[in-house]
Design a protein around this ligand. Structure first.
Ligand code: SME
Length: 150
């Protein structure tokens, strides 16, 4: 299954005219719809005072993990390091919080403002090892577009 990332990026760029909450939700919808191996797409936003992530707009199966401490799971590790994490096989990592047995892989990409971590884009996939360098580059660009929403 081939994805035209350039076309998806252009659609997302056009959506940046809408209000922030709706924009984030529509981007989740668009990503899930356009990219075959994106099955759950959502944003976690840093609550600096509590040092935890809070679930924002998302699409896919509802999750009980609406609050995640910095450092916990893949999401919490990205919040701690400010670096993207790609997990091609979730059964092979220890510090992982499961959101369902159907999830096989995950990518989490930070959103940073002035060099400081403020939020992240979390994508779960039901496909084994689906993520390529193209995904990293594409999602980093999407996150850069969205800094103003947080
Ligand atoms: N798997 C994540 C938890 C969030 S769910 O994927 C929605 C983690 O390990 O942090």
């Amino acid at each position: 299954m081939t994805t035209n990332f350039k076309e998806v990026y252009q659609k997302i760029a056009a959506l940046t005219k809408i209000n922030p909450d709706e924009l984030l939700l529509r981007i989740c919808e668009l990503l899930k719809q356009e990219v075959y191996h994106y099955d759950w797409v959502g944003f976690y936003i840093l609550d600096q005072e509590k040092n935890e992530l809070v679930l924002g707009p998302f699409v896919g199966k509802p999750t009980q993990h609406t609050h995640i401490a910095v450092g916990k799971g893949i999401c919490g590790q990205v919040a701690a390091s400010g670096q993207t994490i790609v997990v091609q096989d979730v059964t092979q990592v220890e510090n992982y919080i499961s959101c369902g047995l159907e999830v096989q892989s995950e990518i989490v990409v930070p959103v940073s403002k002035n060099g400081k971590f403020i939020a992240e884009l979390d994508i779960d996939s039901h496909s084994p090892a689906p993520f390529k360098e193209e995904d990293n580059e594409f999602l980093a660009k999407v996150c850069d577009l969205l800094v103003g929403c947080f």
